[in-house]
Design a protein around this ligand. Sequence first.
Ligand code: UDP
Length: 380
Amino acid sequence: MSLTVLMNAGPWLSVPPPGYGGIENVVATLVPELRRLGVRVVLASVESSALPVDEKIWVFPDGQFHALQRPYNQVCGVSQAHLNGVVRALHTRDDIDLVHDHVEAVGLATMAAMGSDAPPVLHTLHWDLAKHPELYGNLDGGDRVRVNGVSAAQLARAPRALREHSVGHVHLSTPLAVDADRRPTVEKGDHTVILGRINPGKGQDLGARLARQVGFSLVLAGPVGPYHRPADLAAAGDEARQNPDVRFFHDHVAPFVDGDRIRWVGTVAGRERDDLLAGARAALFPLRWEEPGGTAVVEALSLGTPVVAVARGCLPELVEPGRTGLLTTDEEELGDLVLAAGLLDPDECRREAAARFTPASMAERYVSLYERVRQLTARP
Ligand code: UDP
């Protein structure tokens, strides 16, 4: 296939990401499969991205993740500087058949504003959009832009303007589902894990409280705001509290962390992350937001770990209750479900993930969406 796609992963982290990185993991999973299908990929990211691609463009040498702790307008400024670089590149070349954009709000608005000179754009929605419709509602001039969701639940909650521009949804995937080399061989331990950004929506406070009440051992893995290691957060002092996730951690999670049965280990990456997930009796998602795509959910299943979660967002689309996990609408029930999860079969979780969430099937679906977007936006 002779298709050249500009994949815009944004300026926050290199691709693949050094540890935490939702969007960057998706791009790192998708791009090799697209190239296997014959798609030429121009990656717009940061210079330090090591993902093999046909060509790279960048504005920043390294990931700008640290800037996320700044006020919102400065965060947008970083996105905008990166996007201006992308737009400049698009104005100077005519070989790009389609832009696959992953940069939230600012990316969508910038692409829409390019008007009819721009190549067709498929913008993948990564967040729960119902809360900030003002950031996404205006697609004026965006005739060349179409969007896709990462779950049906996410699209259903999206503002109407986005739903009207939608070409469907594509569930997220992970190479772990098929890559036997990356499959850890650790024995199941007795810990439960919550893997994700420490954030009120991810509900680590609820998980930690239930762990204490019910008496299960809990490992919290993930960054607190821009801080990846407990030592970095401790060294940052009071100033760090300007970040809302840091305040959430200090006020609502840390009181339960005893360093023994309930631990925060910071960001985990690579084999350490895989072993932590694979060795867990359950991956817990005590969600307080409508989880839009749930990469960590798919990762847990691929590694043979049942998912225990509040049935919000995409969870009912990913988990088969009684087979690959346990879901509830009553958050107080989660603790009992963690104890029951030990009865579920790890192989069943792996099989289900390998059948439904392969990188190859994700890439094939995207290629068909690219074709659809090109048809829908073709000039007369
Ligand atoms: N992640 C990681 N290390 C951590 C925490 C998270 O590698 O300590 C990864 C996780 O494995 C997943 C991604 O970051 O691939 C988070 O994506 P997800 O869709 O679960 O959550 P988001 O943060 O995008 O809402």
